[in-house]
Write a protein of this length. Structure first.
Length: 268
């Protein structure tokens, strides 16, 4: 099946850290006495980043739970998402099949089965790596010192039998830091804008979940702010035009308000 690109929705904004954020990087090559649990950083600037893969993976997981596409594995004591291969020859009822297809179109089919990938079509969502805003960099360096952008939180794991403490230092991005985010949703069908409802829903769920590690211990609470959505048609690209901004409820400052008024948004 041939697909023609109609245009792209460009969603830009900020992620604000409400609590400290830890998305683990590699500890390889650290000197003795170095941090055992570092955050992932840009190797050129040593500034912390939020990888697009981490953000997209968390959004996908929350969307799967929201759509009821998580089930207990029949052989293992663990949960798993419904495989997109089931689009091919699935025992799923039609309603659940639609939900699997919706997820596969937005986040990708996550399968090598050619038939399932053909049914789902091209992956719509692209999530870029998020980098600190200029204001956040200046604020962090002002408070922590030149070239310093992170803090160290020391946690104690207590042995339930001996009561012995086992300290573990964890590097975090401090609360109050914000990152520029950029998400792109490709549009191949006239109703692909409806996939944005699922995206905003996952974003809303993330605000009441956690990003990165240690969420149950207070890390990773974030909020989305200053969201701006632009529609840029294929013809806009061909003619070098910047596209048109979509008027979002609450001016893009509140994801829940965007969702509550989603059906009033004027789509191109």
């Amino acid at each position: 099946m041939a697909h023609k690109l109609l245009g792209k929705y460009l969603l830009n904004g900020q992620i604000v850290c409400i609590t400290g954020l830890h998305i683990g990087g590699s500890a390889a090559g650290l000197e003795i006495g170095g941090m055992d649990n570092p955050v992932i950083k840009d190797p050129l600037t040593d500034e912390p980043i939020i990888p697009g893969s981490s953000l997209k993976g968390k959004l996908r997981s929350l969307a799967e739970w929201h759509l009821g596409l998580i089930a207990k594995h029949p052989k293992h004591n663990s949960y798993q998402a419904y495989a997109c291969e089931e689009l091919e020859n699935s025992p799923l009822d039609e309603e659940k099949r639609k939900r699997v297809l919706q997820l596969a179109r937005l986040f990708g089919p996550a399968t090598d089965k050619s038939k399932a990938r053909e049914i789902a079509g091209p992956t719509r969502l692209i999530v870029r790596d998020a980098r600190l805003t200029q204001a956040a960099k200046e604020k962090l360096e002002y408070n922590l010192g030149k070239g310093s952008f992170t803090e160290v939180k020391t946690e104690n794991a207590i042995d339930r039998v001996t009561s012995e403490a086992n300290p573990r230092p964890i590097e975090r991005i401090p609360a109050g830091a914000d990152f520029n985010i950029s998400l792109v949703v490709d549009c191949y069908e006239q109703d692909d804008h409806k996939l944005l409802r699922l995206l905003f829903t996952a974003m809303s769920l993330l605000e009441h979940s956690s990003l990165g590690g240690g969420g149950s211990r207070g890390n990773g609470q974030i909020a989305f702010q200053e969201l701006k959505l632009i529609w840029r048609s294929a013809d806009d690209y061909a003619q070098g035009r910047p596209g048109n901004e979509i008027n979002l409820p609450s001016g893009g400052k509140n994801v829940q308000e965007i969702l509550s008024q989603f059906d009033t948004i004027k789509w191109p």
